[in-house]
Design a protein around this ligand. Structure first.
Ligand code: PMV
Length: 361
């Protein structure tokens, strides 16, 4: 009927890159300078839950983020662009089937919530835009596949491209100047490596310094190391880490992950003026993980090998990749050197992936 409402609710997970996306070749279409690769975390842990509803009664598009209304900015707003793309796809269906309700003409209300503190400085744009795009696609009954949806999520936030799939996901940079081949593909499903865990260490809940958009463009235009990274380093690493994932070769996976995090922060430091995202606690965690990885068996003196890998995004918080069997030992070592400020939040997220706890600044 004329007063009908249509709605859909989805949850979308966070993803943590092991080969970092940093740099756009087209800032308008969000086309990256390099392909990137991430692990999508479990839906049961960190996620965004989004409900969309459309109705002929609504007078304007509206959005509530974590309980507060945010403006929906027409034309330039990234959320608005995703919405318009999906409306277009809905319109095609309506044009082909005149009996379909004209949802593309209705205004939309969006309610989006993260189940983790936004203030914790964890990347929420990836799960946020992935959830928005998926919820709208469901409400509009679109038939397009996840790869198509990833391109629309890309218009919201680059890292959101990878959150439309679970498991190990590559965002292919693509070659088309219009971005038709800049999309996500699943390298391996989440069931592929069930012992892999991600530990999220909240080092600081202060809002991050340089936003990723302005940071990236400053790096692209001023860093001389950056060109080397894009040309010579990333292509090899992508090839090698995909192989390591398929072989469940933790040592290779971990080394590439740590090296790529370090190089991402090195090109940030090579940006002029320099960008620094890590703080002294972040550096302390790096040292601790390398100490952990150089431990020997107390009886045989044989090296225990690489059993943990750190990675840092555009902020001081660490994500540690490890295998289930090391979690207990790793957590006790980390909490020994960096006592959590809230013991309760330490317990509540273990042992499933990921774990979230606070380290006082
Ligand atoms: O999605 P954005 O524009 O916030 O970019 C995020 C970039 C990093 O998180 C630093 C790296 C990545 O690949 O996720």
């Amino acid at each position: 009927g004329a007063s009908a409402e249509y709605e859909a609710t989805v949850t979308s997970p966070v993803n943590i890159a092991v080969i970092k996306y940093w740099g756009k070749r087209n800032t308008d279409l969000i086309l990256p300078t390099n392909s990137s690769l991430s692990c999508t975390l479990s839906q049961d842990d960190l996620h965004t839950k989004t409900t969309v509803r459309c109705s002929p009664k609504y007078k304007q598009d509206r959005l509530w983020l974590n309980g507060f209304e945010e403006p929906v900015v027409p034309t330039h707003g990234r959320g608005y662009r995703c919405l318009q793309e999906l409306r277009q796809l809905r319109k095609v269906i309506e044009d082909e089937n005149p009996t379909e309700p004209k949802l593309s003409e209705y205004k939309v209300h969006i309610v989006s919530e993260n189940n983790f503190p936004t203030a914790a400085g964890l990347a929420s744009s990836a799960s946020g835009y992935a959830a928005l795009v998926q919820a709208l696609a469901n409400m509009y009954n679109l038939t397009c596949d996840q790869t198509e949806l990833s391109k629309i999520a890309r218009l919201g936030s680059g890292s959101a491209t990878r959150s439309v799939f679970g498991g190990f996901v590559e965002w292919k940079a693509g070659e088309d100047p219009l971005g038709s081949d800049s999309c996500a593909v699943c390298v391996a499903p989440e069931t592929h490596w069930p012992s892999l865990r991600a530990l999220v260490l909240v080092v600081s809940d202060a809002k991050k310094g340089t936003p990723s958009t302005s940071g990236m463009s400053a790096t692209v235009s001023t860093s001389t190391l950056f060109e080397q990274r894009i040309k010579y380093v990333v292509p090899e690493r992508l090839k090698d880490i995909k192989e390591a994932i398929l072989n469940k070769d933790f040592k290779t996976f971990a080394e590439i992950t740590m090296r790529d995090s370090n190089q991402f922060h090195a090109v940030c430091l090579d940006t002029y003026p320099p960008i620094t995202y890590m703080n002294n606690i972040s550096i302390g965690i790096i040292r601790l993980i390398h100490m952990f990885n150089s431990q020997v068996d107390p009886e045989t003196n044989a090296p225990l090998g690489v059993r943990a890998a750190y990675t840092f995004d555009a902020g001081p918080n660490a994500v540690i990749y490890t295998e289930e069997s090391n979690i207990k030992e790793l957590v006790s070592i980390i909490t020994h050197f960096f006592p959590p400020s809230q013991a309760t939040s330490l317990k509540s997220y273990l042992p499933s992936a990921p774990s979230l706890f606070d380290i006082p600044a």
